[in-house]
Design a protein around this ligand. Structure first.
Ligand code: GUN
Length: 296
């Protein structure tokens, strides 16, 4: 039978399960005299970044974590920003530091990331943590969105082991670390991973052979019904603002997947919003708690 509606993977509900476990672990750390602390630095006033930073701060407060939100002017210099990072590296009340990406043009983001203490790099962007992901050393930090995608699949009882996973996009934040994570030699990995991107030939032939497609290409409604086979599982990492005069804000959010048509062929699919987004924040909280635990 075709045209049965896909199962919706509810990221908000799965994130709530993550928080149940985290609250217990936070209570245990507090009993040992440690309150996990997260510092989030935003440089400039990109509206999407401001919204992300606000929701991270809010979630810290809800969980009883120590939260520091630094909002710096767009004119902040590289040296000033490095100074802030070094202060936070030395601050024993801060276990995780995140510099919201992308910073303004004049900031050398890679240099800022290298200046982070890798033990506080809860984004998993520092070269030491990238190396640990490649080496399958679980003491490192894995970027939050890839971790969230993996957790969504596991909690939805979708078999990653041996599956053909096609990752659309090769970014440092999502595509590349996600491919590394899902091909790891362990029970939560063991996938056959193909990464496709803007230069890939015969893209549709590759995506049509996927058991699981993870769209992280940053193009609104890029993945169409023709790209997928019946029964595929689709995880949509995209968050794109598209103009919509009918909406009060003047725009609406859509993913990298043409949801209406793809959901008719998929066996399971994430919505946007309410899929990967809530999981990314949950995994940031989890990484912060891990950093606090490892600081003991
Ligand atoms: N911008 C978009 N996603 C992320 C993320 O996971 N971490 C940071 N620091 N910036 C981002």
């Amino acid at each position: 039978m075709t045209n049965t509606m896909a199962k919706l993977i509810d990221g908000r509900a799965i994130a709530e399960k993550v928080y149940v476990d985290l609250r217990r672990e936070i209570a245990e750390l507090k009993a040992k005299g440690v309150t996990p602390g997260l510092a989030v630095i935003l440089v400039g006033d990109n509206p999407a970044s401001r919204a992300y930073v606000r929701s991270k701060d809010k979630m810290c407060r809800e969980l009883g974590l120590h939260s520091v939100k630094l909002e710096l002017q767009a004119s902040t210099t590289q040296a000033e920003l490095l100074g802030r990072v070094e202060e936070l590296n030395r601050d024993p009340g801060i276990h995780g530091i995140l510099v919201q990406s992308p910073p303004p043009e004049h900031i050398d983001e890679a240099a800022i990331v290298r200046a982070l203490d890798p033990r506080k790099d809860v984004d998993g962007f520092h070269p030491a943590n990238v190396a640990k992901l490649v080496l399958e050393d679980s003491s490192g930090f894995v970027p939050c969105t890839p971790l969230g995608v993996q957790r969504l699949l596991l909690e939805s009882d979708i078999d990653i082991n041996g599956a053909h996973v096609v990752v659309l996009g090769r970014s440092m934040i999502v595509g590349k670390p996600l491919a590394l994570l899902l091909m790891q030699k362990n029970k939560n990995g063991n996938a056959t991973v193909t990464v496709v991107h803007s230069h890939s030939r015969e893209l549709a032939n590759i995506t049509r052979s996927a058991d699981i497609i993870i769209a992280a290409i940053g193009r609104a409604e890029f993945l169409k019904a023709d790209h997928v086979r019946e029964g595929v599982v689709v995880i949509d990492v995209g968050i794109n603002r598209v103009e919509d005069q009918a909406s009060e804000r003047g725009y609406r959010l859509v993913g990298d997947v043409a949801f209406d048509e793809v959901s008719k062929k998929a066996s399971a699919i994430t919505p946007v919003p309410g899929g990967v987004g809530p999981m990314t924040i949950a995994m940031l909280m989890a990484n912060t708690v891990k950093a606090a635990r490892q600081s003991l």
